[in-house]
Design a protein around this ligand. Structure first.
Ligand SMILES: O=C(O)[C@@H](O)C(=O)COP(=O)(O)O
Ligand SMILES: [Zn+2]
Length: 210
């Protein structure tokens, strides 16, 4: 896809998430890798419902602002993931309701906040590690994500929300939506007797992709 097509795709997918309630107000941010090696990101403070393709931010791998409006304050953690995972070409950060609710619970398994009970979670996400709470924009979020970026496709920022990667922006958005619905189910099922997937069933799914 050309840079112009990628700009328009970011605007379209962001609006779609906004209209379906995955993003509200000015929360969340998106980025993707451009064909010239730079990164397209949502401007800081922007609403997913009202992005302008011509004003999206462009930064280089060191975070230098190349063009467009001032980039998201979280661009450093997006770049930390790209630097450490060459399979990642797009990133979605949301404050979606169910994942954010999950991120506020005490006693989460920090290696994997959602114990698998549906195949698609295993196929699309695998495991969801929890990053200790840091205030939004804190540069240490980038350090924490850099340590784990090579091994995971999504992360849960404690008391904040999810960070989800993909092979392109459509894939990252699909992964984020799947993860949000999985968190909704996990909270709906809380306290009920769940039949979790067995280790054998999880291993069988891991070899199959999505
Ligand atoms: O939670 C926050 O403040 C940020 O992580 C966020 O979601 C929005 O920040 P910007 O991308 O700078 O608007
Ligand atoms: Zn945020």
């Amino acid at each position: 896809m050309t840079e112009q097509q990628l700009r328009e795709q970011m605007v379209t997918l962001a609006r779609s998430m906004f209209e379906r309630g995955y993003a509200t107000g000015g929360a969340g941010n998106l980025s993707l890798k451009l064909p010239n090696g730079h990164f397209l990101a949502t401007p800081t403070g922007s609403s997913f419902g009202r992005l302008d393709a011509d004003r999206l931010s462009v930064v280089d791998i060191d975070g230098n602002h190349i063009s467009g409006d001032r980039p998201s304050k979280e661009v450093a953690f997006h770049l930390a993931i790209y630097r450490n995972n060459s399979a990642c070409n797009a990133i979605v950060h949301l404050h979606s309701t169910y994942l954010t609710a999950l991120s506020c619970l005490q006693g989460l398994d920090t290696d994997n906040a959602i114990k698998p009970f549906t195949p698609y979670f295993v196929m699309r996400i695998g495991k969801l590690p929890v990053i200790p709470y840091l205030r939004p924009g804190d540069p240490r979020i980038a350090e924490e994500l850099a340590k784990r970026a090579a091994d995971y496709r999504a992360f849960l920022l404690a008391n904040h929300g999810p960070v989800v990667t993909g092979s392109n922006l459509t894939d990252a958005v699909d992964n984020a939506e799947e993860l949000e619905e999985t968190a909704k189910l996990a909270l709906m099922l809380d306290g009920k007797s769940i039949r979790y997937l067995s280790e054998e069933e999880i291993t069988d799914l891991q070899g199959r992709g999505k």
